[in-house]
Design a protein around this ligand. Structure first.
Ligand code: SF4
Length: 249
């Protein structure tokens, strides 16, 4: 059996393709991602997928149109602040899976699927539901598999192969939210540290005189202990953010 596999990016497609192969299913890759902005990011992800397809000797079908305006029209109508993140993502899934289903049906594929099913950061239940809705609408099967257990392995393999690794989901809004979340987290961490330090100093002082030098030594020691002796690196912060976002979705 051969299916049309919608690919959001090569690092996610990688383990989906190998898992499908292990099940005796061949994939033809399909690129239609008007949700990826700006253009330089769109090109980087597409070029990476082309390279992956060539290396794996896979056929790649493209609708290569940088789709900022289509995305905004379909997902927001007009820029509407009341559209929530889950609703926005569902509209984005519908836009991409509808096109995939229609191409799969028109080209005689037995079924279609999507590499989005590997990501723990996507709304998996919504993807499954929308995939099935689009399948029914276009008269073609949606090949559902929960690829999520393969996510880490796929990212690791992609890194080892030197594939381009994106830093955000795709749309300009997810790019904005990435920075917004980072600064909120930094502010929270600083406030929490400040509160803790003030409380500790009050307890330690116990009415005694304390010099500025002693105070600074004490602060450094406490902060270092609280951080487990390590700096709070951007990577650790992002790991926390990813986890929180995944839970929120
Ligand atoms: S965050 Fe990702 S899934 Fe959601 S709208 Fe943006 S690109 Fe689409």
């Amino acid at each position: 059996m051969k299916i049309l596999l919608h690919c959001c990016c090569a690092p996610c497609a990688l383990s989906c393709v190998s898992s499908l192969r292990a099940q005796g299913i061949e994939s033809e890759l399909f690129w239609f991602n008007p949700n990826i902005h700006p253009c330089v990011e769109y090109n980087a992800r597409l070029e990476c997928l082309r390279e992956f397809a060539a290396n794996e000797k896979l056929n790649l079908r493209l609708i290569d149109e940088y789709g900022l305006r289509l995305f905004l029209k379909e997902v927001y109508g007009k820029i509407d602040e009341t559209v929530s993140v889950p609703e926005r993502c569902e509209r984005c899934y519908s836009l991409r899976l509808e096109k995939t289903a229609s191409v799969a049906a028109a080209q005689g594929f037995a079924a279609f699927s999507t590499s989005l099913l590997i990501s723990p950061y996507q709304n998996h239940d919504a993807l499954k539901r929308i995939g099935e809705e689009m399948a029914a609408k276009h008269g073609v099967d949606f090949y559902y598999t929960d690829f999520r257990p393969l996510f880490r392995e796929s990212r690791t393999a992609a890194r080892e192969m030197g594939l381009y690794m994106q830093k955000y989901c795709g749309c300009i809004f997810s790019e904005e939210e990435r920075y917004a979340r980072k600064s909120v987290m930094r502010r929270r961490a600083l406030c929490e540290e400040e509160r803790y330090v003030k409380k500790s100093l009050t307890q330690r002082r116990g009415g005694a005189e304390i010099t500025e030098e002693r105070e600074m030594g004490f602060l450094d020691k406490n902060l270092s202990q609280r951080r487990g002796g390590a700096e709070i690196t951007e990577e650790r912060e992002m790991g926390f953010l990813d986890k929180s976002l995944s839970q929120r979705r």
